[in-house]
Design a protein around this ligand. Structure first.
Ligand SMILES: Cc1cc2nc3c(=O)[nH]c(=O)nc-3n(C[C@H](O)[C@H](O)[C@H](O)COP(=O)(O)OP(=O)(O)OC[C@H]3O[C@@H](n4cnc5c(N)ncnc54)[C@H](O)[C@@H]3O)c2cc1C
Length: 378
């Protein structure tokens, strides 16, 4: 008998898990998704070698044309106020490794279409699950599944019967904008460090007119009265503050085509699930995206779950054993990174900047900084 599998959420973890299951296992898959406009988010996504090697298992190079993503070489670190370039940190250590940036919607849409996941999708918001009987409740019906995978993101509501599901506001807001630029050869991510703020800018494809993405992360404890239900929001106060501070300095701001503001939340406790219900991605361990690891960790979760299922070894203990230590380390690094990026103390900033200027251009430093994150054994 074929296993019946439910995936709740067609975001990063849901779609990658769906693709892995469809390619390698003979199981029945239903993917439940509450939005009916799936691919309308034009923001960028960075994916590091730990997750791009997993994408190779689902035919990445066949699915994507080489203009549809950008192979990143370096992270260039500058001072946000003086513009001084501190360092160029290598992100690509060898030919085999891929650190890429890509349009998030294109990324998900191409994989969705390639694996014909439209055959598996049910456009329905799941309001509840019965954790005792392993059933999903929708349209006043209950349906049993052998496994339920909760890929429902940071605002997951379905953990309510099985976990303490609280999330907390990190005190950070992300303002994201996109713009187009013609004939530009850059293959680097630019990062500008300020006090309680930083700015990241990168290209997300390689067409003749390429698309760019910038993200301004600012600490602001004020309650800006934004929705805590989704990430698709706008905020006039932050838009204006950003424009006022930086539109003279960065001419790409005038070229902005779309802009959105997201409050950044994190989960209070990591939670991987209960019995045959498993949580993946942000639903399990949403954290501050300062090392650009949210989507990459969601992809790793999907891979580990798929592998355990393939080997007939899927249970909470095995999943936790393989994921908890690594996720904890990455959360710690992400928290430390945001602290270092946003330093305000003059002495600490002096030490940070001089350290970066002196050491960070060496390959050894780059590898030391990223080795633990990039190395993920398949
Ligand atoms: C500002 C910012 C920048 C980021 N940049 C990066 C980056 O560069 N690189 C990176 O790796 N990560 C980045 N991340 C993090 C990354 O976007 C997330 O970690 C990743 O999308 C998590 O994937 P997921 O599958 O857990 O959830 P999501 O991709 O959020 O998907 C959740 C899905 O579940 C659906 N859903 C929710 N509830 C229900 C329900 N009850 N019924 C049916 N469907 C439901 C939602 O509609 C959605 O489609 C960033 C995050 C932020 C905030």
């Amino acid at each position: 008998m074929k296993l019946n599998i439910a995936i709740v959420g067609a975001g990063v973890s849901g779609i990658i898990l769906g693709a892995l299951l469809k390619k390698y296992l003979n199981v029945n898959i239903s993917i439940f998704e509450k939005r009916n406009q799936l691919f309308n988010n034009i923001n960028g996504l960075q994916l590091s070698p730990n997750s791009t090697q997993i994408l190779d298992l689902i035919n990445f190079s066949e699915i994507f044309k080489k203009e549809e993503f950008l192979s990143i070489e370096k992270l260039k670190v500058h001072d946000l106020y003086s513009g001084e370039l501190f360092s160029e940190i290598l992100l690509k250590f060898n030919k085999k490794q891929k650190y890429i940036s890509i349009n998030r919607s294109l990324f998900l849409k191409n994989i969705f279409q390639y694996f014909k996941l439209s055959e598996n999708i049910v456009y329905e918001e799941i309001k509840d699950i019965d954790s005792k009987s392993n059933e999903i409740i929708f349209k006043n019906n209950k349906k049993f599944f052998d496994y339920i995978f909760l890929c429902d993101g940071i605002f997951s509501k379905l953990k309510k019967n099985i976990a303490n599901q609280s999330i907390s506001f990190s005190g950070l807001y992300a303002l994201r904008g996109t713009y187009d630029l013609k004939n530009d050869n850059s293959s680097n991510i630019n990062l500008w460090l300020g006090e309680n703020e930083h700015l990241v800018n990168y290209k997300i494809n390689n067409f003749e007119i390429s698309q760019y993405n910038y993200v301004w992360i600012i600490k602001n404890r004020q309650n800006l009265l934004m929705s805590s239900e989704s990430y698709d929001d706008t905020n006039q106060y932050l838009h204006e503050m950003f424009k006022e501070k930086y539109s003279e300095k960065f001419n790409f701001i005038d070229k902005t085509k779309s802009i959105s503001v997201w409050p950044i939340y994190k989960v209070k406790n990591i939670f991987f699930g209960y019995k045959n219900i498993f949580c993946l991605g942000d639903s399990s361990h949403g954290f501050i995206p300062s090392r650009a690891q949210g989507a990459s960790q969601a992809i790793e979760d999907a891979y580990v779950l798929f592998k355990l299922l393939e080997k007939n070894n899927l249970n909470q203990k095995n999943f936790v054993n393989q994921r908890l230590g690594r996720i904890k380390r990455i959360i710690k690094k992400s928290e430390m990174t945001i602290f270092i990026y946003h330093l305000r103390n003059t002495l600490l900033k002096f030490i940070r900047n001089n350290f970066l200027k002196t050491f960070s251009n060496s390959k050894i430093f780059s590898s030391f900084l990223n080795k633990d994150i990039f190395n993920f054994k398949l």
